[in-house]
Design a protein around this ligand. Structure first.
Ligand SMILES: [Zn+2]
Length: 449
């Protein structure tokens, strides 16, 4: 134990075995957890003691769904601002989506451009998803070898011209190629034909917008994905699941041994269609926030394990793009810094614990991406830790958040759970709202066994 440099102690540490009093011993040399010891273990000579008291120590959150938009659309967001928001919100690892930046991450050369932009700016550990678009099948293997964690595709228009969707035949070709080298395809699952058949009223009325993105579109796309995953024995993941009607399909496929997983997002779990004010397009995202009854079923899907991740889908833009017309406003919800308190506020109301939240927001996403060193407070993992005051509350002021533009659907909400500090590989990177200089690393698939 002579190399232990830090002991972080709390009466409530969220470990894989449950929440208990413990002392987390960290070694400076590799920034990893050396051991999770009994609460009253003596502090080794030379080591520093941080006593979190009754605040809860959780594994750092792993957010596998973030649109950083850098380079190219840096008026919307950027690596510095996004990762500051992440660190302040208890996220220690972030995976960037391949679209909305220019270039999109659709070739190995584009990946290098993005890595060079991110490297000096990132406050948390950052990795990248690649993109599967029409015509880039030949680029997928080189991207995978260059370190992306898997590939994202759309089945309906993405919202940006440089990242087109795949049709059914293109999906098959991409999935065949990716499965050939053991990769993962993550999918924006809305069926374009079902969307085209839906009424498109436009305007500021949320019910009209909701009708334009029906559950049927998600259900059909998930059905297609299950069929293709089964046919090719492929590994697929449903991004930002909103339609609770798709849960029985996914659960049945999982029981059959189809390799399909699903995530949902804080906004689907905490906001409802019934409460969106007219013209409030900060609530617009695709697929959309649905009814309260749908939300109840999503929580059930988390409780029974059909859904294993809760990730932000932070997809910001400038305030002017949030026009009051739901048809034309940019679709995306900014929530990077708020995911943990938003989910915890609703989870506690529904009788869940912070061990559940850690499983959904850290362990699950780490497993999805194959991040063996992240996602749990246990010996051998990186000392990525969050100290949370779970009963403290705050009211969301968009202007006080770290992400670039002061737009968020959570404005004015009072949330439970204040992040006191965030630790990345044994170094405190955020403390009571103050951030250090960027200390994050770029991470790649298979960085460690
Ligand atoms: Zn997204």
């Amino acid at each position: 134990m002579s190399e232990v440099s830090l002991v972080l102690r709390s009466t409530r540490v969220v470990t894989p075995e449950g929440i208990r009093p413990a002392s987390v011993a960290v070694t400076a040399a590799d920034g990893r957890i050396a051991a999770v010891l009994p609460y009253d273990t003596g502090v080794p000579p030379g080591a520093r003691l941080e006593d979190a008291g009754d605040d809860v120590v959780l594994p750092g959150l792993v957010d596998t769904h973030v649109h950083v938009n850098d380079p190219g659309r840096t008026a919307w967001e950027g690596f510095r601002t996004a990762t500051r928001a992440a660190a302040a919100g208890g996220i220690t690892t972030l995976l960037d989506m391949p679209l909305n930046s220019l270039p999109p991450t659709t070739t190995a050369a584009h990946l290098r451009v993005k890595q060079d932009v991110a490297r000096p700016r990132t406050h948390v550990d950052t990795g990248f998803w690649g993109g599967a678009i029409p015509g880039n099948v030949k680029d997928l293997r080189p991207l995978y070898d260059a370190g992306v964690f898997g590939f994202k595709c759309f089945l309906s228009p993405s919202g940006v011209d440089e990242f087109p969707e795949l049709d059914r035949e293109q999906l098959r070709r991409a999935l065949t190629e990716i499965t050939g080298f053991g990769g993962l395809l993550i999918v924006h699952a809305e069926d374009p034909h079902a969307l085209a058949a839906a009424p498109q009223r436009g305007g500021g009325d949320y019910a009209g917008f909701l009708a334009s993105r029906p559950r049927a579109a998600e259900n059909a796309a998930v059905g297609l994905l299950i069929a293709e995953a089964k046919r090719l024995d492929a590994r697929v993941h449903v991004l930002h699941l909103s339609s609770s009607d798709a849960l029985p399909l996914i659960a049945a496929a999982q029981r059959e041994g189809v390799r399909i997983t699903a995530e949902t997002c804080p906004h689907f779990l905490t906001l409802t269609a019934e409460e969106v004010p007219d013209g409030a397009t900060e609530f617009k995202c695709c697929p959309p926030i649905r009814e309260a009854a749908n939300q109840d079923a999503l929580w059930q899907g988390l409780a029974d394990g059909t859904i294993d991740c809760v990730v932000s889908d932070h997809s910001p833009c400038t305030t002017d793009l949030k026009t009051p017309d739901f048809a034309t406003a940019w679709g995306g919800i900014s929530s990077l810094q708020l995911g943990l308190p938003a989910v915890w506020t609703e989870a506690r109301r529904r009788g869940h614990t912070l061990a559940d939240v850690a499983r959904w927001m850290s362990t699950g996403p780490a497993a999805l991406a194959g991040l063996a060193g992240k996602g749990a407070v246990e010996a051998g993992r990186d000392a990525d830790l969050v100290v949370l005051a779970p009963d403290a509350t705050f009211t969301v002021d968009p202007a006080a958040l770290q992400h670039r533009n002061p737009v968020t659907a959570y404005a004015g909400r009072t949330l439970h759970g204040v992040v006191r500090s965030t630790w990345l590989r044994g170094t405190r990177i955020a403390h009571e709202g103050t951030l250090t200089e960027p200390a994050g690393r770029l991470i790649e698939r298979n960085d460690r066994p």
